[in-house]
Design a protein around this ligand. Structure first.
Ligand SMILES: O=c1ccn([C@H]2C[C@H](O)[C@@H](COP(=O)(O)OP(=O)(O)OP(=O)(O)O)O2)c(=O)[nH]1
Ligand SMILES: [Mg+2]
Length: 143
């Protein structure tokens, strides 16, 4: 599958880092570094614009290394890029760590996974089919 993309950043296009990676890492596209102090959030531009085929979405997810080592994560994870969005892809990062974290242009800040989705129509009704689970949830099967 090919996806049309415009790259206004100085970074190479995102790529799969290993043979079977699910996502491509996204790089920050910045004029100057951004410092995220503990508790702070920022919308980080990537300089990328794309046209997903209808029926596909892009999910913006955290990189586990940044989360584990620095407490840096994607606040709205997974961020949703709609197929009809033509604006710049941006990444909403938050610093959940105890130390300030500097983001430099070109650094890999998150990853993007393309996934299929299906739209649907509601069929409004007064009753639903019975199942073994019924309305049990939120741990009702035990620890
Ligand atoms: O992490 C994200 C999440 C969203 N977007 C862009 C693409 C997406 O298609 C659009 C709208 O996102 P969403 O629907 O999550 O935000 P909203 O607050 O509901 O805004 P809108 O009213 O524009 O839908 O913003 C990003 O660039 N990065
Ligand atoms: Mg929306």
């Amino acid at each position: 599958m090919e996806i049309s993309v415009i790259n206004k950043s100085n970074n190479p296009l995102p790529k799969f880092e290993t043979e079977s990676s699910a996502g491509m890492d996204l790089r920050a596209s910045l004029d100057s570094p951004i410092t995220l102090n503990p508790g702070e959030r920022a919308l980080i531009p990537t300089g990328l614009y794309m046209a997903l085929p209808s029926g596909y979405e892009a999910q913006i997810r955290p990189r586990s290394g940044l989360a584990f080592k620095h407490g840096i994560t994607v606040l709205n994870s997974p961020g949703t890029i709609d197929a009809d969005y033509r604006g710049e892809i941006k990444v909403l990062l938050i610093n959940h760590g105890e130390a300030s974290f500097e983001i430099n242009s070109g650094e890999r800040i998150a990853q993007m996974v393309i996934a299929q989705y299906q739209q649907f129509n509601w069929k409004e009704t007064q009753s639903l089919d019975e199942t073994q689970r019924g309305s049990g949830g939120f741990g009702h099967t035990g620890k």
